[in-house]
Design a protein around this ligand. Structure first.
Ligand SMILES: O=P(O)(O)OC[C@H]1O[C@](O)(COP(=O)(O)O)[C@@H](O)[C@@H]1O
Ligand SMILES: [Mg+2]
Ligand SMILES: [Mg+2]
Length: 327
């Protein structure tokens, strides 16, 4: 059997692609890898340990925090803080960004935004969930605490982004702007191996993913597009897991479109621009796909707030273009 490439070997092999100081990217990714393994271990025994159910608090989104949301947030933050290259983090679970104060971290050149646990409504029912991350160079001066402007950068400024999917197997998929690669965790060795090299998404597909329970609240153009997907002459498959990472990952591999439009109840939709939409848009585009709010490229949106939401349409290029043509 051909020798499998570990994630660590792959990062070193591809270090020249990362325009900044050698070792910084591997350091950044290795801390995310470490935290993902710790979180994965808890998820795998979710029914046995006191990690399921509500944490009894609400986050800034007004959503009830799950224990695993809080646990994952702590683990990723601790791993990134201990690194010294990251001067601050922002996450779905924290009202405000966190500027690290240690001497090394003050000189850290990167900020990281995370959705520590994506698909929270699926935690207790053993359905795939994930973690999403987005990495930027800081804009503020090294040596001083991170500032809000370090986080409010357009998606086009991302230097790396990716996600971890905790499913039947655990995978980490990321890009530094030079293609997309997927790694599968061998739980017995605790090592990620390259399993999906140079991922490309089909330019067209047959899968559409939308919470149809909201369809009456969506604009006519979205209803028209969904009707097209239900055309008996060219039937598509409706697939909706309710975990963005899992729906995105399936559609990335098979070809498809994920839609979370604005509704009469949620004028800007549900998903968060900075730590859900931008990082997956980065991956989608690197794999040949497309991501828009229906009218503009997601990564061109100028962020104004840390937790701002946006309507979201992402997936195979032709399908997203067909959707846009309906709007
Ligand atoms: O239940 P709905 O309205 O269909 O929303 C499901 C969507 O909300 C999310 O759960 C939001 O993410 P979080 O779980 O990280 O809050 C997405 O993963 C998912 O695609
Ligand atoms: Mg999420
Ligand atoms: Mg979340």
């Amino acid at each position: 059997m051909a020798k499998l490439t570990t994630l660590e070997e792959f990062i070193v092999d591809r270090q020249q692609e990362f325009p900044y100081a050698s070792g910084e990217l591997s350091g950044l990714l290795s801390s995310i890898v470490l935290a993902s393994k710790v979180v994965n271990r808890e998820i795998n025994k979710a029914g046995l340990v006191d990690i399921t159910g509500s944490a009894g608090e609400e986050n800034v989104q007004g959503e009830e925090q799950q224990k695993l949301d809080v646990y994952a947030n702590e683990k990723f933050q601790a791993a990134l803080e201990s690194l010294g290259e990251v001067c601050g983090v922002a996450s779905e679970e924290d009202d405000d960004f966190v500027a690290f104060k240690s001497k090394e971290a003050l000189n850290g050149k990167y900020v990281v935004l995370t959705d520590p646990l994506d698909g929270s409504s699926n935690i207790d029912v053993n359905v795939s969930i994930g973690t999403i991350f987005s990495i930027y160079r800081r804009q503020s001066e090294p040596g001083k605490p991170a500032e809000l402007r370090d986080f409010l950068q357009k998606g086009t400024e991302q230097i790396a982004a990716g996600y971890v999917i905790y499913g039947s197997s655990t995978m980490l998929v990321y890009s530094t702007g030079h293609g997309v690669n997927g790694f599968t965790l061998d739980p017995s060795l605790g090592t990620y191996y390259l399993s999906h090299p140079d991922l490309k998404t089909p330019s067209n597909g047959k899968i559409y993913s939308i919470n149809e329970g909201n369809i009456q609240l969506c604009e006519k153009g979205v209803q028209d597009y969904v009707e097209k997907c239900q055309d008996e002459k060219k039937p598509h498959k409706a697939r909706y897991i309710g975990s963005l990472v899992a729906d995105f990952h399936r559609n990335l591999l098979k070809g498809g479109i994920y839609l979370y439009p604005a509704t009469t109840k949620a004028k800007n939709g549900k998903l968060r621009l900075l730590y859900e939409c931008n990082p997956l848009a980065f991956i989608a585009e690197q794999a040949g796909g497309r991501a828009t709010d229906g009218h503009q490229r997601i990564m061109e949106i100028e962020p104004k707030e840390l937790h701002q939401r946006t309507p979201y349409f992402i997936g195979s290029e032709q399908m997203v273009k067909d959707l846009e043509a309906c709007l």
